[in-house]
Design a binder for this molecule. Structure first.
Ligand code: RVP
Length: 498
């Protein structure tokens, strides 16, 4: 081997973007970018497929804010598919398959469904699908806790003056009906009186509130979900597809491996998956990226070892500093127009622009989002300060079975065959991150940072940023100079902490 040491690997803290001539102010910058071959997002942000980051609540919030959530896979197939279902039902022009109840259900059962799906009422249908009424908070308000379990839907539901519209009603007509009848839900029925859909006033409000939301052709929020390649991974893919997932991520720590590549090509050659975009990962080299592209991936995910909770680089001694990894992978991807996702290692909003200039189209975030209200898990108080738990999917906590039948996360680290918890080789740690409040505020700051980068580099669009952005390599002294220095910080900034 003539040069056993190859080239130098650089990461976010090793580089800085050069300022350039600009005629763009931050508010004019368009952050739209490509997520996959067919899908674009207004915010180039993905939430990580981790069990302390993305379940349906986070996925809903991510899509509303213009990005997308990737539902983690450390749970049963049914549970993961249920999360997909919740996102797809959360907001839409028309809900094609609304949650319903029957006249003989109890008010307590309706209450439970409303809580689970975060809705305020349900259409009531007979067994043959005919709409016979609607039950909302208004109808249930005066049923006491004691009566809830014995009171039937048929006794309290609204039937007289039930307002409905035919399938295919336009949004203007629907809004007129909401206003005229002071209603909040409009069931859509066919000629036989069968329920075919539901429009809610809440969805119109949300469309106004979240104009950049990532939505499918039917106006439903988009969602991605992770799978593996081992055991019942194919059944998982099928179930996610049936639940309406938009994007499937074959999510492993080493994407340039037979099982992963086979899984990608199997989905890409199956007509039942024709409408789903498949992301493969992770890789950190040009050849790894090429392998995923050759397998048919609609986007490739890059990152071996940069994650804040990841120990792969110390446990295995393997990985590539992230800016170099993204650049190398992008050399293969840009030839064929396949988008690149820079996954892991981002600490500040400035790292987003660095990732895009290095060759990425979007970024995936774990630690920056794990402290949000919408991530799974409760607040933890330490010395009066608020934190949320955050753990690697290769941490012992995620890999162990702990009395469960199985851990669904083991094949991410190619340890599905390890017989006992004691024999696991962890590649991640468990920890806590500061509580950060609602995702919308965090995403606002992250995107705001990106807009500032675009202003400084004179880029109106992400494509321009990628062309105009130039790096300067910095030293340890340059990094020190970049952060606040030589003072005691007394006021916290919403987008900066050490
Ligand atoms: P970060 O944003 O730096 O917290 O990194 C998140 C990424 O780290 C994830 O998207 C995933 O690729 C990677 N990860 C998750 N678990 C582990 C691990 O246990 N090693 N690594």
């Amino acid at each position: 081997q003539p040069d056993p040491f190859g080239f130098i690997g650089l990461t976010y803290d090793d580089v800085m973007l050069l300022p350039g001539h600009t005629d763009v102010i931050p508010s004019e910058a368009d952050t739209t970018s490509r997520l996959t071959r067919r899908i674009s997002v207004a915010s180039p942000l993905l939430s990580a497929a981790m069990d302390t980051v993305t379940e349906s609540r986070m996925a809903i919030a991510m899509a509303r804010n213009g990005g997308i959530g990737v539902l983690h896979r450390n749970l049963s197939i049914d549970d993961q598919a249920a999360h997909v279902d919740k996102v797809k039902r959360s907001e839409s022009g028309m809900i094609t398959n609304p949650v319903t109840t029957t006249p003989d259900a109890t008010v307590a059962e309706v209450d439970a469904l409303c809580g689970e799906f975060r809705v305020s009422g349900l259409p009531v249908v007979e067994a043959d699908g005919r709409l016979v009424g609607i039950i909302t908070n208004r109808d249930m308000r005066f049923v006491s806790e004691f009566e809830k379990h014995t009171t039937l839907v048929r006794d309290v539901m609204t039937t007289t003056g039930l307002i409905t519209a035919p399938v295919g009603v336009g949004s203007d007509a629907a809004i007129a009906l909401f206003a005229q009848h002071k209603i909040e839900k409009l069931p859509l029925i066919d000629a036989e009186g069968k329920l075919r859909g539901l429009i809610t006033v809440k969805d119109f409000d949300k469309s106004e509130k979240y104009p950049n939301a990532t939505k499918d052709d039917e106006g439903r929020l988009r969602v991605a979900a992770a799978i593996g390649f081992f055991g019942d991974a194919w059944d998982r893919a099928v179930a996610l597809n049936e639940a309406g997932v938009d994007v499937i991520v074959v999510d492993t720590a080493n994407g340039d491996s037979k099982g992963v590549l086979d899984m990608i090509s199997r989905m890409k050659s199956d007509a039942a998956f024709a409408h789903i975009d498949v992301i493969g990962g992770n890789v950190a080299t040009r050849t790894g990226a090429q392998a995923l592209i050759d397998a048919g991936a609609d986007a490739i995910k890059v990152g071996v070892g940069p994650g804040s909770i990841c120990t792969t680089r110390v446990v295995a001694g393997v990985g590539v500093p992230q800016v170099t990894a993204v650049y190398e992978a992008s050399l293969a991807a840009r030839e064929v127009g396949i988008p690149v996702i820079a996954d892991g290692g981002l600490q500040y909003s400035g790292d987003i622009a660095k990732a895009l200039v290095a060759g990425a189209d979007t970024v995936m975030l774990g630690s920056l989002l794990a402290g949000c209200d919408e991530s799974p898990g409760d607040l933890v108080f330490v010395n009066g300060k608020q934190f949320k738990n955050y753990r690697g999917m290769g941490s012992l906590g995620a890999l162990q079975t702990r009395g469960k039948k199985t851990s669904y996360s083991r094949d991410r680290y190619f340890q599905a065959d390890v017989p006992s918890d004691e024999q696991l080789i962890a590649e991640g740690v468990e920890g806590q991150v500061p509580y950060r409040g609602p995702l919308s505020a965090v995403a606002y700051q992250l995107l705001g940072g990106l807009r500032q980068s675009m202003f400084y580099t004179g880029a109106r669009t992400v494509t321009e940023l990628k062309h105009k952005g130039k790096f300067v390599r910095i030293t340890a002294a340059g990094l020190k100079e970049s952060h606040p220095h030589d003072l005691q910080m007394v006021v916290a900034a919403p987008n900066y902490s050490k």
